[in-house]
Design a protein around this ligand. Structure first.
Ligand SMILES: Nc1nc2c(ncn2[C@@H]2O[C@H](COP(=O)(O)OP(=O)(O)OP(=O)(O)O)[C@@H](O)[C@H]2O)c(=O)[nH]1
Ligand SMILES: [Mg+2]
Length: 442
């Protein structure tokens, strides 16, 4: 589902990530393309519009984190906004027992298949489950459900042809109570289109059945009509959730996703195949993550946002200005970088850094640097100029390195300090000139 949208977003993001800085017009261009891509995927117009407006507000209002590419930050904002949009409403299935579920939807939307999927899902949670053959309209509907029941070893309550619908609902409910079933699933009839007859019938069923969950099953491929269909159902039956079937297909899918925004009905499950085990609880983060395919970037921005303590960065900047940046600060910065995960990926994403390919980080070298600094006294870390030959030898021994390693580090530190001072004065930009220890170009 949504493959085209996925491709389109990928190209928009690729463009954005190329910019060192995002201007208002870059953002506007990207949002226009995103909006078109959403519409092409059948997302309801007001939904696409609102989503883009929200993103714009956030993208322009937010201060850009110094150590993150603006394009990446934009992706993160888009990601969060989409998750928020799809995450509204209560997605948890009611805990009451017995829980009566009513499945509704148009003809062929996947109700009966979903009944079996849900039955299996609850059975796997050690719940006692049964299904009621409530579709008295379509020929062989009962047999279909019975076959599925056998397949997943869940009893099916069925009545002979000619039994009134009201009787089936009433007796089905009573039998479930007698047999102390935890979850009882009612497979209702569908119609070709939402019409008065279908809705009357369904409302009557719901009146007797008193469902804890009324789930509307919508085929992901329904297109623009999906929203209208959902509205019509919800007007007569208190729908508690949406099951999006055929989410495994290549449907554009955007319409079904819009239902939640327009009607407030949350998506609770995705049907991802014909088999009874092809059901997934809908988790917005996972869904959006898969759609955007930018998991690493989102995780990185998250990590940087949470770990870079603005305070400590400001502190460093202040110390630099007053010429107080010491080996101790140097060590703190190193550790911060190390804590943020695989160094190569981080450095590759820093603005001005030549990119992942060009930067190879030797984590062993960083460990060695750490060992050397840790072998120094606080005084030495503060004032490296006092490090004479004897002290250097002691430090080398203490850290299991060579004097040449110590010399090398001190030279790098000196260069770094000079570079940082320049940076903080605004001369030259870019980490490639920064000569960060442990990183080498090429
Ligand atoms: N690929 C795929 N096929 C599905 C999915 N859900 C249902 N189907 C198929 O869609 C067809 C119709 O499914 P049903 O469960 O019979 O639909 P229904 O809503 O009960 O249909 P009626 O009872 O006729 O209204 C069947 O061939 C299913 O195998 C799904 O998530 N993925
Ligand atoms: Mg059916």
């Amino acid at each position: 589902m949504l493959e085209l949208l996925q491709k389109k977003l990928e190209s928009v993001f690729r463009n954005l990530r190329g910019y060192g800085k995002l201007s208002e017009s870059n953002v506007a261009d990207a949002l226009r393309e995103i909006r078109l891509a959403l519409l092409a995927a059948d997302v309801h117009y007001p939904v696409a519009k609102r989503l883009c407006e929200e993103i714009q507000k956030r993208a322009l209002g937010r201060e850009v984190l110094a150590s993150i590419r603006p394009g990446d930050q934009f992706i993160k904002i888009f990601h969060d906004e989409l998750v928020r949009l799809l995450g509204e409403g209560v997605r948890e299935i009611r805990r009451e027992r017995p829980l009566r579920i009513l499945l509704c939807g148009l003809n062929g939307s996947g109700k009966t298949t979903t009944a079996a999927k849900l039955a299996l899902w609850f059975r796997k949670q050690r719940q006692k489950v049964a299904m009621v053959a409530g579709d008295l309209t379509r020929p062989a509907a009962r047999e279909q459900l019975e076959r599925l029941g056998e397949q997943i070893q869940v009893p099916v309550y069925a009545w002979p042809e000619g039994t009134a619908l009201e009787t089936v609902v009433r007796e089905g409910r009573a039998r479930g109570e007698r047999e102390r079933v935890d979850v009882l699933i009612f497979d209702a009839a569908g119609r070709l289109d939402v019409d008065g007859v279908l809705l009357e019938e369904l409302a009557a069923v719901a009146g007797i059945w008193e469902p804890g969950e009324s789930l509307l099953v919508v085929d992901a491929a329904t297109g623009q009509a999906a929203v209208r269909v959902a509205e019509a159902f919800a007007a007569r039956v208190p729908i508690t959730g949406l099951v999006l079937s055929r989410a495994d297909g290549d449907a554009r899918g955007g319409a079904a996703l819009s239902i939640q925004q327009v009607t407030g009905i949350p998506i609770k499950f995705l049907g991802v195949g014909e088999k009874p085990d092809a059901l997934q609880p809908f988790v917005p983060e996972r869904f959006v993550g898969r759609l955007l395919g930018m998991g690493d970037i989102v995780a990185l921005v998250d990590r940087v946002q949470s770990e870079i303590d603005a305070q400590s960065m400001e502190e460093v900047a202040k110390r630099l200005k007053s010429n107080e940046f010491t080996l101790q600060d140097f060590l703190a910065q190193l550790r911060l970088l190390k804590k943020m995960g695989p160094l190569e990926s981080i450095l590759g994403l820093l603005p001005g850094f030549p990119g992942k390919e060009a930067v190879k980080v030797d984590e062993k070298r960083i460990k060695r640097i750490e060992a050397i600094i840790l072998s120094m006294t606080p005084e030495e870390r503060r004032r490296p100029e006092i490090l004479n030959g004897r002290r250097r030898l002691r430090i080398a021994r203490g850290s299991g390195t060579q004097v040449s390693d110590v010399n090398d580090l001190l030279r790098k530190f000196d260069a770094t300090r000079k570079m940082m001072r320049k940076l903080s004065k605004g001369e030259g930009r870019g980490w490639s000139k920064f000569g960060f220890p442990g990183a080498r170009s090429g």
